[in-house]
Design a protein around this ligand. Structure first.
Ligand SMILES: [Fe+2]
Length: 145
């Protein structure tokens, strides 16, 4: 099946980051708690929406979406981290790294979908890349890097 591995790899990262962000959302500490708590929530709400959108696009194009955590953990590039207290800077650095991974995968999928003529998937991934770019700008500006 075309793009099976690529779609499922991105789907796995969306699953893992959605849960990983809850760890950061709950366990961030410090004077920036509320800002980072709310920022991480806004991202996991979005990645959870994207998770469903991507799987539904897989169905549109006859690509079977993986549906188990075992598969997500096996196929994701983004790795879980154990629960602990996180500083705001640690959270933002992790978010920056993981959103960069998602942006790169969405960009590759956008280009691969274009080669297949799957225009609605191209539009979907372009929207995702646009969102990641904006969040990456927010994080970079906050960290002044
Ligand atoms: Fe919450």
């Amino acid at each position: 099946m075309k793009l099976q591995k690529e779609f499922n790899s991105y789907l796995a990262d969306l699953a893992v980051i959605t849960f990983k962000l809850h760890n950061l959302h709950w366990n961030v500490v410090g004077t920036q708690f509320v800002a980072v708590h709310e920022f991480t929530e806004s991202i996991y709400d979005t990645t959870f929406e994207y998770f469903d959108e991507v799987a539904e696009h897989q169905k549109f194009f006859g690509v079977m979406p993986d549906c188990t955590f075992a598969d997500y953990l096996k196929n994701a590039t983004i790795k879980e981290i154990p629960a602990k207290k996180f500083t705001a800077e640690e959270v933002l650095s992790i978010v920056h790294e993981d959103l960069t991974t998602l942006r790169n995968k969405a960009t590759e999928l956008r280009n691969a979908a274009d080669e297949e003529g799957w225009f609605s998937a191209v539009a979907l991934f372009e929207g995702h890349v646009d969102y990641y770019n904006k969040q990456l700008w927010f994080v970079a500006a906050t960290l002044d890097k």
